[in-house]
Design a protein around this ligand. Structure first.
Ligand SMILES: C[S@@+](CC[C@H](N)C(=O)[O-])C[C@H]1O[C@@H](n2cnc3c(N)ncnc32)[C@H](O)[C@@H]1O
Length: 267
C-alpha cells in the first residue's frame, strides 16, 4: 500500500476512534461539522424508525454514522448469516441479529479498536448472542470463502483505499446466490476526483466516493450481477446517499477445495 493510502486509512481510523469514544460516553458520535455521515443524517432525519431505535441500547443509536438503512433492502430471513462491513458501534449488526434469529449469525467487521469495544459492549447490553465482531480490514475479510448469505455495509466502502479489493472480498465470502445490501455515498459521473474532494473530506465519506459508473463497473468486474444503485437523497452537491444491491450468481464457481493432507502428516 502506498504511503498516501496508509495516511488516509489512519485519518479514517482516528476519526472513528474519536467518534466511538464520544458515543461510549453518552454523546452523539456524529460530532463533526465537515459534512459526511452527520450532515447526511441531518438531511434525512432519522435513518431508523422509532421501533428499531427503541429496541437498541442508547449507545448503539448514538454511534450510528451511516448514510442509509441497509436492512431496509437486505430482506433478511431467519437463519441467514450476515456480514456487516465497517460495523462501527454495531447498530446494523444488532438489528440484523433480531431478524435472522437464534438460528442465524451476524458478523461485524471493523478496523478501529474503539469501535469494536463499543460494539461488544452494545451487544452485551442488547443480550445478542448470535453476533461476533471481528477486527480487520474490509479489503482482506477474515472469513473463509462462501460463508455468508448477505453482505451489508453502511457508509463505509467510500472510505476504502482499495475498492476493487473490497468488491473481490465481498464476492469471495458470499455463498453462490448471496446478495449485497449496501448504503454508500455515490458521485454523479461528471464529477472528477478533485470535484469530489472539494465537496468534503475523505474521512467524512465524501472525497473517496465512487461515481455511479465506477461503482457499477467495479461490482461487475468482481463478478456481481443484478446490480442496482438507487440514489436516496443528496449528500453534497451532485453526490448522493444511495442503496446498492447486487447478487453473486448462483452458479458462481466455488473455489477449489483445499488439497487433502498427505496421509500420515497430521497428528
Ligand atoms: C461512517 S462509519 C459507519 C459505521 C456503521 N456502519 C454505522 O452505520 O454506524 C465507518 C466505520 O467503518 C470503519 N472502517 C472504515 N474503513 C475501514 C476499513 N478499510 N476496514 C475496516 N473498517 C473500516 C470505521 O472504523 C468506522 O467504524
Amino acid at each position: 500500500m502506498s504511503d498516501q493510502a496508509h495516511e488516509l486509512r489512519e485519518q479514517v481510523r482516528e476519526r472513528y476512534a474519536e467518534a466511538a469514544v464520544r458515543a461510549g460516553t453518552g454523546r452523539d458520535a456524529s460530532c463533526c461539522s465537515d459534512g459526511g455521515p452527520a450532515a447526511i443524517k441531518d438531511l434525512t432525519g432519522e435513518l431508523y424508525d422509532e421501533a428499531e431505535r427503541s429496541s437498541l441500547p442508547t449507545e448503539a443509536v448514538l454511534a450510528s454514522l451511516g448514510c442509509g438503512n441497509p436492512l431496509a433492502v437486505a430482506e433478511l430471513r431467519e437463519g441467514e448469516t450476515v456480514l456487516d462491513l465497517g460495523s462501527g458501534g454495531g447498530i446494523d449488526v444488532l438489528l440484523s441479529a433480531k431478524r435472522v434469529g437464534p438460528a442465524g449469525k451476524v458478523y461485524g467487521l471493523d478496523m478501529t479498536e474503539e469501535m469494536l469495544a463499543l460494539a461488544l459492549a452494545n451487544a452485551a447490553k442488547a443480550g445478542a448472542d448470535n453476533v461476533d465482531f471481528l477486527k480487520g480490514h474490509i479489503e482482506a475479510i477474515p472469513l473463509p470463502a462462501n460463508r455468508v448469505d448477505v453482505v451489508i455495509s453502511n457508509c463505509v466502502i467510500n472510505l476504502s483505499v482499495d475498492k476493487p479489493a473490497v468488491f473481490a472480498e465481498m464476492f469471495r465470502v458470499l455463498k453462490p446466490g448471496g446478495r449485497l445490501g449496501i448504503s454508500d455515498v455515490v458521485a454523479e459521473d461528471h464529477l472528477t476526483a478533485a470535484d469530489r474532494a472539494e465537496r468534503g473530506n475523505y474521512a467524512a465519506c465524501i472525497a473517496g466516493a465512487l461515481s455511479f459508473t465506477e461503482y457499477r463497473e467495479g461490482l461487475a468486474a468482481a463478478g456481481f450481477t443484478d446490480i442496482d444503485i438507487t440514489p436516496t437523497h443528496e449528500a453534497a452537491p451532485d453526490m448522493h446517499a444511495a442503496i446498492v444491491r447486487a447478487t453473486k450468481p448462483a452458479d458462481a464457481q466455488r473455489p477449489a477445495l483445499p488439497l487433502a493432507p498427505k496421509s500420515g502428516c497430521c497428528g
